[in-house]
Each structure stands twice: as C-alpha cells, then as structure tokens.
Design a protein around this ligand. Structure first.
Ligand SMILES: *[C@@H]1O[C@H](CO)[C@@H](O)[C@H](O)[C@H]1NC(C)=O
Ligand SMILES: *[C@@H]1O[C@H](CO)[C@@H](O)[C@H](O)[C@H]1NC(C)=O
Ligand SMILES: *[C@@H]1O[C@H](CO)[C@@H](O)[C@H](O)[C@H]1NC(C)=O
Ligand SMILES: *[C@@H]1O[C@H](CO)[C@@H](O)[C@H](O)[C@H]1NC(C)=O
Ligand SMILES: *[C@@H]1O[C@H](CO)[C@@H](O)[C@H](O)[C@H]1NC(C)=O
Ligand SMILES: *[C@@H]1O[C@H](CO)[C@@H](O)[C@H](O)[C@H]1NC(C)=O
Length: 657
C-alpha cells in the first residue's frame, strides 16, 4: 500500500516535471535492431527507413538545404551519404571541414529539415571518386596493401577516424542528432583481400569512438559470394541491388548473413554511372518504381542510390577497370537531376512512397531557374610550355628515369616531363610506352610542335621525327584514380619508361604544375602576338590557356542563376569559373557535353572569368573562338563507336576481373 502510494506521488512528481521541462524527461532517444521482430526500433517504436543517397561533396553548400528539402518532400525519412577521406585530409594531418566540406553543417541541415542520416564512413567508399575516397598519399609507401591490416594503412586510418568520428559523435541519434546508423567499409566482400582482422579492427575503432549503442552495418552485393568476405558478426549485414534483380532472392542472400533483423537494401539503383566514351546510362522510371514498390511491399528498408547525384567538380572523379574514367557530371539519371531539378522519376517515386508512408504536406521547392548567358569570346593566353616555370612553384626535378606524381609530391592534374631526343629520327620512329605506363594521357610535343597523344590502354605508341637534341615535352594528365577492384593502387604520371625506337629515354626534367594556384593568382598572361600562322584546324596544337569574361545582365530579376557551359568544337580540357576548378570537358568523347555551373560561382560585383585549358586544339582559327552558357544540359550525346567500352551498363561481375 505505502509502496503504491509512494509510487503514485512519484508518478505525480514525474508528470509535473515533464510539464515543466518538456520532452527532456521523456523516454531517451534510441535506435536499435529488433532481432525478434525483424525490424529497426526508434524510441521503442517499430521503424522503417526510406532513404535517399546525397553526397554533400558533390553539391555546393548553399544548395544543401534545397536538395534535402526536396528529398524530404518526396516522402523520405532519411538520407545516406558517404564521407570521402581524401576530400577532408588532402595532405597527412591537414584536415579541412570548411565551406563545401563542412560535414557537421550538412548533418545539421538534414536534421533541421526533418531527415535522419545514415553515414557511410569507409574508410574506402568507392563512389566513383578518386581512389574510392582513399588519399593518394597512402601510396607513398609503394607496396602498401590498401583495405587490409597493413600496419601503415591502419595507422593512417586510425588517425583519420580519430579525427572524424569524435566530430560525428554528438550527431548520433542517441545523443540528440540525426545519425541512426554508420556503415563500416564498403562492399568489402567484393575486394580480393578478405581480411577479417581488418574488419574487426575497424569495428573496434568505430565502437571506441562512437560507443556501443550505435548501429554499425556493412553493405555487400546481393549474393552469398559477396557476403562471405564482407560480413563479420559485430556488423549488421545489408545488401545492395537495383531494378531487375530478384528481390526475394536478394533478401534471401541477406538472410544468409543475418537470419533475423530488418531487411535492408543499402543501394537501390535509381540510375547508373557514366564513363567518358560510353553511352549515357538511363534506367527507365517504370523499372525503378516497379522494383521500389516490390522492396517496400516486403517491409524492407531501402536507400535509393542516388536520389541526387550532383557533380564531381575539379579533379575528383575516379575510374573503373579496364581503365575508364568517369565524367564530371554525376547526374546518375537520378530522380533529382545533377542541378537538383525535379524529374518525372521524382514524382513517380514519390507516388510509390505515398502508398507506404504519409507524404509531408506543403509545397515542393521548385526547380531552380537556369539562365542562358550566351556566347563568351575567349582570348588565347600562354601555352603550358610558355608558363612551365610559373606553373611549377617547386621548380624542376631531374632524374635519369621518370618519377611518378607522388614522387614529385603532386596528387592531381598535370606534370610536364621534358628530355631531348638522344638520336636523330629522320624517318618516323616509334615513341612508345611498351609497359602501358602512361597514366593516363600524354600530350607530346617536339621543339614546341604538338606531335601526338599517348593514352593508357589505348595508344601506346606514336611515330615521331626530329633532330638529335630536340626538346621532347610530354605533358601527362592524371584522369582520375581507379576507385573499384584490385587496382586501386593507381600511380600517376609516367609510371614506366618511355622508349624511342629501341632506346629507353633518360635524363628527364620534371615540372609539377600548380595550375589551380596560378589561375587564382592571375599568373597566366596573354601571349605575345607571333608571326607564325595558326595551325590548320584539324591538327593538334600545344596545350594552352584561354580566358574570357561575361557580366550578369542588368534588369533581369533573380540573377545570377544556374547555367551550363558548353564548348562547341573545343576538344578536351579543364574549365575554371572565377578560379573554381569546375571540371573536365571532353565533348570529343562524350557523352557529357555541358558542365553544370551553379549560380553560387557567379558574381554580380565583377565580370565573371572563364579560364580554359585546351589540350588538343581550339576552334579559333576555323570559327568562333567562344564558349557558350546555355540553360539546357546535354549529358547523352552519342559517343564515337571506336571509343566504346565493352560495357554500357556493366554489371558488378564485370568489375571483378
Ligand atoms: C526469385 O527468387 C525466388 C527465391 O530464390 C525464386 O523462388 C523465384 O522463382 C525467383 N523469381 C524469378 C522470377 O526468377
Ligand atoms: C639524319 O639527317 C641528318 C641531317 O639531316 C644526317 O646528318 C644524319 O646522318 C641522318 N641520320 C640518319 C640515321 O639517317
Ligand atoms: C609507325 O611507322 C611504322 C613504320 O613506318 C608503321 O608501320 C606504323 O604503323 C606506324 N605507327 C603508327 C602508330 O602510326
Ligand atoms: C627504366 O629503365 C631502367 C633501365 O632499364 C630501369 O632500371 C628502371 O627500373 C626503369 N624504370 C621504370 C619505372 O620502369
Ligand atoms: C575577374 O578577373 C578580373 C581581372 O583579374 C578581376 O578584377 C575580377 O574581380 C574577376 N572576377 C571575379 C568575379 O572574381
Ligand atoms: C538525350 O536526352 C534528351 C532528353 O531526355 C532526349 O530528348 C534526346 O533524344 C536524347 N538524345 C540522345 C542522342 O539520346
């Protein structure tokens, strides 16, 4: 009795305190796996997530809220993002979480919008990103075995996670934030190494920094063979598969690893990635919604990969094997376009979700308007050869045999390799990379005249002529490190010797080129006029810079707006908008023709500067010397047949060579 009375007054006290302090005294926030009822539990209630993939590192910060709100309005209750290690630690121990890399801010905006967050921390994340998110500097130990217990690899991972995970800990759901679960590694079962000690080490590390409560999980392909090396007891195993897969069989595969617990497809493909030279990937909306509906009907949790793909700005793209780099756009044929536009796929997916979950009331943020600023006249500036001393801040390095980018402490972009012809080549003589060691593309000139292009896997030899002692310049471009499979140790530069006829070329002088910095500092000048006639239009010319500028017109409301840049009749190169490295253009190879230019790069206070590095030849002697800003993207141009890879829509198996 007295106990009951004491209980009653205690209850009263609690109720009074709850009225005074609100929800702070209600049940603690919790998120867990219910193995008995095969579901997640959030605050004790059965919970299912319908999530969408969004990569903060592919969207300018000012647009994070817009994209997240559109996702929320589609009926999603969660978003999933990877975290690219190399984006946040470009050199060892130097961390960058500012501006467009402000991960905490992204997580906070997601929470403010009303979305939970699923973090895919890696360290390896694939994601069609340079080296799958691993920093290239790991390769300074040349024989490092990535994604294993290799002690140097582990030491670097430990340092990074010691920085990243404490930053994320306050955002865990239990701690009042939106993060409900954290993925360890990524599709590890598809990697040859199968090092369970590595997975165990990561799990311990994550637990040490994040605590015992957070749900840690793994993701693998939808077959028992993938799950074998991808899962360990301490991680909750999930699978990934796209439209066309047998949903029942795919979840049966998950059940092989997890006899009980929620069904989860961590990557349901709404579209697919592109490669330069392969047709643009399209997955029909009808297929996507049919399979999404099947997945949701089973009661499973799902993350749509991607819900918005965005843009791989600058030099950040990766490549698949056999070597095929990905283009600048990561549109992915996703329900929100690269520019965040609402598509038919968006509305169709929203309709499917509405059969399972109440869609929030209120307006969907509209598609942002695009503006066609029109043609911008370009002036030719200096060539790479004119500017090599300016661009090479650290000065030339000499070596008998060629050094790699990493030997020269350079991660991305271009290195110029210079030597002389040891003998006269009176007749055409093959300049070759017999071991296929041009990583990845080389623009060759002799005595300042462009003579040809070598390309990894594609062009291993060109014929040249020249006098003994002529200057040979080989400008080598890193086109992106392999991000999937066993070849992710992808060194750049001339990674093997070049030969001229039977001779190995020696006596190299190498220039690391800091082009981003030179453009920021305005170091590249207009070229002195020369008397020599312009080269014939079809021929190659020396890699050179071009600049133009345009002002945002007066009297049009709401400018600046987003736009797209295209370079008709230009061939291949890199674009900077107001010193921001926008990305590669390569209309010659396709399928991408336009590059997305977010309004946030444009200024109304000064003329906007467009800098182009054209590597093969400008259109200026045969037609207008202009680039063009348009309001319509083109990502699906037909590609020249001779560049087509054997895959269009490759399957995971194709990548496992
Ligand atoms: C899908 O897989 C299930 C379970 O393995 C099997 O029974 C069914 O026949 C498959 N469906 C199709 C269309 O292949
Ligand atoms: C190449 O041409 C130069 C001068 O034109 C000549 O002196 C030399 O002997 C020639 N070399 C060969 C191998 O034919
Ligand atoms: C180079 O020249 C040789 C002999 O003149 C010829 O057989 C070969 O096809 C040429 N190679 C290329 C890549 O043009
Ligand atoms: C280049 O050739 C030399 C001499 O044969 C050899 O010692 C060296 O290892 C080669 N370098 C590379 C990167 O293959
Ligand atoms: C473009 O370049 C000019 C000349 O260097 C400079 O004055 C101007 O501020 C630049 N515009 C922007 C938007 O940075
Ligand atoms: C490219 O996509 C647009 C818009 O979806 C379509 O109208 C056009 O036919 C496509 N072009 C090619 C070459 O497939």
């Amino acid at each position: 009795m007295s106990v009951l009375r004491a209980g009653n007054s205690l209850l009263l006290l609690i109720m009074m305190m709850m009225m005074m302090f609100g929800p702070s005294l209600s049940a603690p926030r919790s998120f867990s796996i219910d193995y008995k009822n095969d579901c997640f539990r959030k605050d004790g209630e059965e919970f299912r997530y319908i999530s969408g993939g969004i990569h903060y590192y592919r969207i300018p910060r000012v647009y994070w809220k817009d994209r997240l709100l559109k996702m929320y309005m589609a009926g999603l209750n969660a978003v999933q993002t990877y975290i690219p290690w190399n984006f946040h630690e470009e050199s060892p121990g130097q961390y960058n979480f500012n501006g467009d890399r402000d991960l905490s801010h992204f997580v906070q905006v997601a929470q403010d919008v009303g979305l939970l967050v699923i973090l895919r921390v890696g360290p390896y994340i694939c994601t069609e990103w340079d080296m799958g998110g691993l920093p290239a500097w790991l390769l300074k130990k040349k024989d490092i075995v990535l994604r294993t217990s290799d002690p140097d690899y582990i030491a670097a991972v430990d340092r990074w996670m010691g920085k990243l995970l404490p930053l994320m800990k306050p955002f865990l759901y239990q701690n009042g934030g939106p993060i409900i679960s954290v993925q360890v590694e990524n599709e590890y079962g598809s990697y040859y190494a199968c090092d369970f000690n590595y997975l165990r080490h990561l799990t311990k590390l994550f637990r040490f920094h994040l605590g015992n409560e957070v749900v840690l999980f793994s993701t693998d392909g939808n077959g028992v063979s993938y799950l074998k090396c991808g899962t360990i007891q301490e991680l909750y195993a999930t699978v990934d598969f796209g439209p066309g897969a047998n949903v029942t069989a795919s979840f049966e595969a998950q059940r092989y690893a997890e006899p009980h617990g929620p069904l989860v497809n961590s990557e349901f493909y709404t579209g697919w990635l592109d490669h330069w030279g392969s047709p643009h990937s399209v997955i029909a909306t009808a297929q996507v919604v049919k399979y999404l509906n099947q997945i949701l009907a089973t009661g499973a949790n799902v993350n749509m990969y991607m819900f918005i793909g965005g843009t791989t700005f600058g030099f950040w793209n990766g490549a698949n094997t056999p070597y095929a780099p990905q283009p600048t756009s990561y549109d992915f044929n996703a329900p929100l376009s690269e520019a965040g536009d609402l598509t038919d796929k968006y509305y169709a997916i929203r309709e499917v979700i509405s059969m399972y979950r109440k869609i929030p009331d209120g307006p969907i943020p509209p598609t942002t308007p695009k503006y066609a600023y029109g043609a911008v006249k370009m002036r030719k500036l200096q060539t790479i050869l004119d500017t090599v001393e300016i661009l090479s801040v650290s000065g030339p390095v000499k070596s008998m045999y060629p050094l790699t980018f990493l030997d020269l402490h350079q991660a991305f972009g271009f290195v110029l390799y210079r030597t002389t012809l040891p003998v006269a080549c009176n007749t055409s003589t093959p300049l070759s990379s017999p071991l296929n060691g041009v990583h990845d593309r080389a623009y060759v000139s002799i005595d300042g005249v462009a003579v040809g292009i070598l390309e990894r896997n594609k062009v291993l030899s060109i014929n040249v002529t020249g006098k003994a002692g002529s200057q040979l310049d080989v400008l080598v471009e890193n086109l992106g490190r392999i991000n999937y499979g066993k070849d992710i140790n992808d060194f750049k530069g001339l990674v093997t010797n070049l030969t001229l006829g039977k001779n190995i070329l020696t006596g190299w002088t190498m220039y690391s080129l800091s082009i981003d910095d030179a453009i920021k500092q305005g170091l590249i000048q207009e070229k002195e006029p020369t008397l020599s006639p312009p080269p014939p239009p079809a021929a190659l010319s020396l890699p050179a810079f071009y600049r133009g500028s345009f002002i945002i017109p007066d009297g049009v409301p709401d400018l600046p707006q987003d736009t797209y840049i295209k370079l008709p009749k230009w061939r291949k190169g890199q674009i900077w908008i107001n010193d921001f490295n926008l990305g590669r253009y390569w209309p010659d190879r396709g399928p991408q023709v336009t590059l997305f230019v977010p309004a946030s790069l444009l200024s109304t206070a000064a003329p906007n500067n467009v800098t182009v590095l054209e590597l093969e030849g400008d259109p200026c002697s045969s037609g207008p010397c202009t680039v063009e800003f348009t309001d319509t993207p083109i990502l699906n141009a037909t590609v020249p047949a001779h560049y087509k890879q054997r895959w269009g829509l490759f399957t995971r198996e194709d990548l496992l060579d």
